[in-house]
Ligand binder design. Structure first.
Ligand SMILES: [Zn+2]
Length: 188
């Protein structure tokens, strides 16, 4: 007997058209092999469903929903901590790199001397600013100075806004629903 296409239809999860269904039923009535295939396939599917969709423990859903606000704030704290950690780690790495470079260029014995030199240099730079920049500023028309200050101010404001936005995004952002779903799966 030719079992094609009945075997495929029996094993397929797609819904058959009424005509296909009728022809399968007709074939099944006449074909013991396909009947057996169908019976075994149904039993196997039942097993798969039982194994895959084990019911959650009693009260799980309720507990999960009850703990949801706690979990959201926990996730918020986590992301805030992660952000702070990244900032601190970057700052520490930069500082360490700077100190390391400085130590490489200054043998331990001369560190004290270097510190003094550094202070002296800072004073020199400050003096330079005082003696060169201030008189220069005086010769620049007030309009330019005001324009420069307002441009610098606006830039600083915009950068602060971007920075504050980034902080806000990382610290106060609500976790995405996908993260909550992942959380839920972890707790299963
Ligand atoms: Zn058959």
């Amino acid at each position: 007997m030719n079992h094609h296409p009945y075997e495929e239809w029996i094993l397929s999860d797609e819904t058959l058209s009424p005509a296909e269904n009728a022809s399968v039923q007709e074939h099944l009535a006449a074909c013991p092999e396909c009947r057996q295939l169908k019976t075994r396939w149904e039993a196997a599917k039942l097993q798969i469903n039982r194994a895959g969709l084990a019911a959650p423990a009693t009260g799980f859903t309720m507990r999960w929903q009850k703990n949801l606000p706690d979990r959201i704030s926990q996730l918020e704290t986590q992301s805030a901590r992660r952000f702070l950690f990244i900032i601190l780690a970057c700052s520490a790495a930069m500082l360490a790199g700077w100190v390391f470079t400085w130590l490489l260029n200054n043998p331990t014995a001369s560190i004290a001397t270097s510190l003094i030199k550094l202070t002296a240099n800072a004073i020199l730079v400050f003096q330079g600013i005082k003696f060169m920049v201030f008189p220069a500023l005086r010769s620049i028309p007030l309009v330019y100075i005001l324009a420069g200050i307002s441009i610098a101010g606006t830039t600083a404001l915009m950068l602060s806004a971007v920075w504050a936005g980034a902080i806000w995004h990382y610290v106060f952002r609500k976790p995405q629903s996908l993260e909550l779903v992942k959380e839920g799966e972890k707790n299963k």
